[in-house]
Design a protein around this ligand. Structure first.
Ligand code: GRF
Length: 195
């Protein structure tokens, strides 16, 4: 299963995938490329270090979401992906892009969906006085963070937590959640998308 990982920033989830792959833990999945909409994303350096090819398509070069999506798809399709894994990719994708990759597009989101779609998830969980937080891997559909849930990982919220401490705890959980879902998808052990 050929995986293209889409990033915009730090790429710690990408690093987790690279690490699992190096250890032979990713099942039949293979990271074949990384795509970023941000030219200086730190994750691009991680890809380079791991010897994984990368492409950059800056959304700033396109007048609208649709044309950006088209060019992004062109750049990605060279790598013949079976699965696109969004990992901190901070652009909303066009409906055309999403339908072109329907059933082959997953995302990791730092909350226990359906709670806290969108941004500032940790602050919102703290503000609400929740006792637990976590991360969700889900199929991507046109509804932002609304596609069918594949798997979640929960962490406790501890007295005295700040956005920073909670974010770190959730990220750590993400780093085994995402690779394990991708491994299981590659082994046919995850129900296909029915959205
Ligand atoms: C993660 O919290 C992920 O859930 C969200 O964006 C963050 C990306 O972090 N979608 P990183 O770039 O993988 O370090």
């Amino acid at each position: 299963m050929r995986i293209v990982c889409l990033i915009s920033g730090g790429g710690s989830n990408l690093q987790a995938l690279i690490d699992w792959q190096k250890k032979g833990l990713l099942g039949n999945a293979k990271l074949v490329a990384v795509a970023s909409n941000v030219a200086d994303a730190k994750g691009l350096r991680r890809a380079k270090k791991a010897g994984i090819p990368s492409v950059v398509q800056s959304h700033n070069n396109y007048p609208d979401r649709k044309s950006f999506g088209l060019m992004l798809a062109n750049a990605i399709d060279i790598y013949e992906p079976d699965l696109l894994a969004l990992a901190g990719f901070m652009r909303i994708l066009s409906p055309d892009f999403i339908s072109a990759y329907s059933g082959r597009l997953i995302n990791i989101h730092p909350s226990l969906l359906p709670k806290y779609k969108g941004l500032n998830t940790h602050a919102r969980a703290l503000e609400a006085g929740d006792s637990e937080a976590g991360a969700t891997v889900h199929w991507v559909t046109e509804e932002l963070d609304g596609g069918e849930i594949i798997r979640q990982s929960k962490v406790p919220i501890i007295a005295g937590d700040t956005e920073k401490t909670l974010k770190a705890r959730v990220l750590k959980a993400e780093h085994s959640l995402y690779p394990s879902v991708i491994r299981d998808l590659s082994l046919g052990e995850v129900k296909q998308c029915t959205n």
